[in-house]
Ligand binder design. Structure first.
Ligand code: NAP
Length: 242
């Protein structure tokens, strides 16, 4: 499905990004994962059989260097998955202004930076972008205003870029997962009351495994999705259906 395609997966060292990288590799892609922690990045790259580039997605120069290194190594770029993200909890009064800014820098600006740095190459390859947004880009969530604002931004940035670049052969979509068991959610889902709240909000009555997100990302990145652009697809066990 992705044979000989070259893909960057930001935040590919753990959780959903790692599952996406594994799925892409299974489908024949050359994959470069990016994250801040070198130790985890190298470990995952070795485990999966892909490349790792250390990169903080909230720094445009580092993202540009990631794209340049990938193109240098593989001779082009077909797919960017803007997946790197951080969680946040606490109301706007409880959180600091600095925390608000950091969440927006990583979760929203990081997506713009990945898209901007890659676009000249994606234009050349008729490539595509898949963003990992969230149900909290589609509906409000409990106690995560910076996270929800950033993800809402990702959802509409996805639409905007899809419209802007459709004529140049570049597709842009996002997936909007509900709660997924990853290192990010460990601490929240470990609290029984919160876990029961999540189960109660989810018609399917359970959280997802990372592998339940990676398949749709691989599909959106493939030729099978050649007429899909500007879509923000919930993968949420029904959370946003009610
Ligand atoms: P995770 O397990 O914590 O993984 C996050 C990944 O992003 C790690 O590889 C992390 O590595 C990297 N990362 C974080 N900040 C970064 C930065 N500034 N620059 C580069 N890489 C960075 O989280 P996850 O649950 O898999 O989340 C992945 C994406 O899915 C996020 O965008 C998240 O918002 C979204 N999502 C998650 C859920 C869920 O329930 N888990 C639901 C909806 C959406 P380093 O820390 O080493 O940089």
């Amino acid at each position: 499905m992705l044979t000989d395609k070259t893909a960057i997966v930001t935040g590919g060292s753990t959780g959903i990004g790692k599952a996406i990288a594994a799925k892409f590799i299974e489908n024949g892609a050359n994959v470069v994962i990016a994250a801040r922690s070198e130790a985890a990045g190298h470990e995952t790259a070795e485990e999966l059989g892909c490349e790792f580039v250390q990169c903080d997605v909230s720094d445009y120069d580092q993202v540009k260097a990631l794209v340049d290194a990938t193109v240098e190594e593989f001779g082009g770029l077909n797919i960017v998955v803007n997946n790197a993200g951080i969680g946040q909890s606490g109301s706007i009064e409880e959180m600091s202004v600095e925390e608000w800014q950091t969440v927006l820098d990583v979760n929203l600006s990081g997506v713009m930076y990945g898209s901007r740095a890659a676009m000249p190459h994606l234009r050349e390859s008729d490539g595509c972008i898949v963003n990992v947004a969230s149900i909290f880009g589609l509906v409000g969530g409990p106690g995560a205003p910076a996270y929800s604002a950033a993800k809402g931004g990702v959802v509409n940035l996805t639409r905007e870029l899809a419209v802007d670049y459709a004529g140049e052969g570049v597709r842009v979509n996002s997936v909007c997962p509900g709660f997924v068991e990853t290192p990010m959610t460990d601490v929240y889902l470990g609290e029984e009351q919160f876990y029961e709240f999540v189960r109660g909000q989810t018609p399917m009555g359970r959280v997802a495994e990372p592998d339940e997100i990676s398949g749709i990302v691989a599909f959106l990145a493939s030729e099978e999705a050649s007429y899909i652009t500007g879509a923000n697809i919930p993968v949420d066990g029904g959370w946003t259906a009610h």
